[in-house]
Design a protein around this ligand. Structure first.
Ligand code: ATP
Ligand code: MG
Length: 176
């Protein structure tokens, strides 16, 4: 049976992706590393990895049952995780609805017998890869306000030119 490498994510508008890319370049100027391509910038909710095609219809049914209100995410902090070599931007105060969305997705994945991440969810957007450890404090960055209204199921293909993401389905969050 064929498989696809799947993940669930929040994808911002092009305007917000451009602001995130600016934040990435500013961080890169301080710490180095490689900027993630602007159209690929996203926040991962759950990584499913290689998933059999025959489970995708049931997965989509389950994800359509996720109930969560739309929310505003204020991204207001940049940093580096030195061991992973990742430069990131994150909300210092994620809204309750984001935790609820994540929990609800985990429950639906578990109900299908799919593997779920045991580590604590750290909502962030990867801006840089191969980032060396930062030396000294990072400059403050302008906050980015992101109205989150949908979440998506994405198929990822890894190529020598970087990953290619293909949206398979998208679900709206309830109007707040
Ligand atoms: P590349 O692996 O070539 O750097 P990528 O990480 O963007 O590209 P994928 O590896 O397909 O592409 O990952 C898709 C998303 O899932 C990314 O946000 C990635 O950080 C996340 N991810 C990948 N592997 C895992 C994992 N084992 N655990 C948690 N999240 C993961
Ligand atoms: Mg990866």
């Amino acid at each position: 049976m064929a498989t696809q490498r799947l993940f669930l994510a929040l994808f911002p508008s092009h305007t917000i992706q451009r602001r995130l890319a600016e934040a990435g370049r500013a961080l890169q100027a301080h710490v180095g590393g490689r900027c993630v391509a602007t159209p690929l910038l996203h926040l991962t909710l759950a990584f499913l990895g290689d998933t059999s095609d025959d489970i995708v219809p049931a997965l989509c049914d389950r994800l359509a049952a996720v109930s969560c209100a739309s929310f505003d995410l204020t991204l207001d902090q940049v940093g580096v995780w030195p061991q992973a070599g990742i430069g990131w931007m994150q909300p210092t105060q994620p809204p309750a609805a984001l935790w609820q969305l994540h929990r609800s997705i985990q429950q639906q994945l578990q109900a299908l017998g799919l593997p779920v991440e045991q580590r604590a969810f750290k909502p962030h957007i990867t801006l840089l890869r191969k980032a060396p450890p930062s030396r000294g404090p990072l400059p403050p960055c302008p906050a980015i306000d992101w109205p989150v209204t949908t979440f998506q199921l994405i198929a990822s293909t890894l190529t020598t030119n970087g990953p290619q993401y293909r949206p398979l389905a998208s679900w709206p969050l309830a109007s707040a």
